[in-house]
Design a protein around this ligand. Structure first.
Ligand SMILES: Cc1ncc(COP(=O)(O)O)c(C=O)c1O
Length: 369
């Protein structure tokens, strides 16, 4: 079966992981700090802290805003469940908003439709790595959380997605453009927020065993003592994850170029097929990350079955959250509901061969014949 998502690792990641294992320090340590520095430099972020997943980074991001309890936080319905879970877990209410049919992103209009006098923050998702048109949303004057899980290479008017709002997050899970197996990160322009994030990620203690050991080399006596700053869960990343990330950083340009190559082939092949709606390319003031290629077709379920029978796995990412009974939403979000019926992610990742890409295209075209 040809998979729909994927990351690519090789001998460089294996060598880095072996070195970590041989060092006998697998947990949080120098490889994490090294990855944090290099990732921040690549993205142009002043501050960046790695955590153990993008989902936990979202929970951290909402927590960092210190919103009054039971605040409403606007979130697109067409996103991964962690976005809404993070808001709920931090003691607030997710209020779902619609997305654009072409970009699959929120815009100022869809956000405004969900706003009430209790709205305290807005979470946006740069879907597939296509940047959200943020400037008009920033003008609304509320704190913004940017989910850049798909947007590891994306920019908006030259600024790195994730680093434009108040707090931004990344995911480095097993199928993301840059993987660390599992992993995530948080960025902000405010030094006090990143300092707090670094304290919170280790149960609110703020000093890991690694950091305590480093302190023991200095003047401090009883380096093992600490003050617990706040109650929080543990979301420390490991040296293993950091080491994988460092190898990925060396090859991310090539991985991105290959994703773009596949994207461009799909665009050229599908653009003129009347029954397929293709996704928009990046505008000249944007850089895309090509995390996933979503087409819209009238007979989506039948096409998915046709591809599955030919050995091509496709999926709908994501089932609109406002339709999930857990959240008790009564919203009608027209575009999300249309997308729920006609959108489909087809394979786009660096493990695909160009022969497989041709096979996918032929199999899709055959469906229309
Ligand atoms: C938009 C979005 N946000 C957050 C996440 C969560 O990231 P992670 O899998 O690292 O927890 C994902 C994961 O797929 C995602 O797609």
């Amino acid at each position: 079966m040809i998979s729909v998502f994927g990351s690519k690792v090789g001998k460089e990641e294996i060598a880095n992981v072996s070195a970590v294992l041989e060092s006998q320090w697998m947990g949080f340590g120098k490889k994490v700090s090294e990855f944090e520095e290099k990732f921040a430099a690549r993205r142009g972020h002043k501050h960046f802290a790695m955590v153990d997943s993008g989902s936990n980074a979202l929970y951290m991001a909402v927590s960092l805003l210190n919103l009054p309890k039971d605040s409403e936080v606007i979130v697109p319905a067409f996103t991964w469940v962690s976005c809404a879970q993070a808001i709920l877990l931090a003691g607030h209410k997710p209020v779902f908003c619609d997305v654009e049919l072409d970009t699959l992103n929120v815009n100022r209009h869809t956000v405004e439709q969900a706003m009430t006098d209790k709205t305290a923050a807005i979470m946006v998702v740069h879907f597939a790595g296509k940047p959200v048109d943020l400037n008009p949303i920033i003008e609304l004057g509320l704190p913004i959380i940017e989910d850049a899980a798909h947007a590891v290479d994306s920019t908006y008017y030259g600024q790195p997605c994730g680093g434009i709002g108040d707090v931004g997050i990344y995911s480095f899970d097993a199928v993301k453009n840059l993987t660390t197996g599992e992993g995530g990160g948080i960025t902000t322009q405010k030094s006090e927020l990143i300092e707090r994030a670094k304290i919170l990620r280790y149960c609110g203690i703020g000093k890991s065993g690694f950091e305590a050991a480093a302190a023991s080399a200095g003047e401090k006596n009883r380096w093992w003592e600490y003050n617990i700053q706040e109650p929080f869960i543990k979301m420390l990343p490991t040296n293993i994850a950091g080491a994988i990330g460092l190898a990925q950083l060396e090859k991310i340009d090539d991985l991105q170029a290959y994703r773009k190559q596949i994207w461009d082939i799909y665009q050229a092949e599908f653009r003129d097929i009347p029954w397929i709606i293709t996704p928009p390319d990046a505008e000249e003031y944007e850089k895309h990350s090509y995390f996933t290629y979503v087409i819209r077709v009238p007979e989506r379920d039948k096409l998915a079955r046709h591809l599955f029978d030919a050995g091509i796995y496709t999926t709908l990412r994501y089932h609109p959250l406002h339709l999930n009974p857990l959240y008790g939403s009564t919203a009608t979000l027209e575009n999300c509901e249309v997308l729920n019926e006609d959108s489909l992610s087809i394979p786009l990742h660096p493990n695909l061969t160009l022969d497989q890409v041709s096979f996918i295209i032929d199999t899709i075209k055959q469906f229309g014949d």
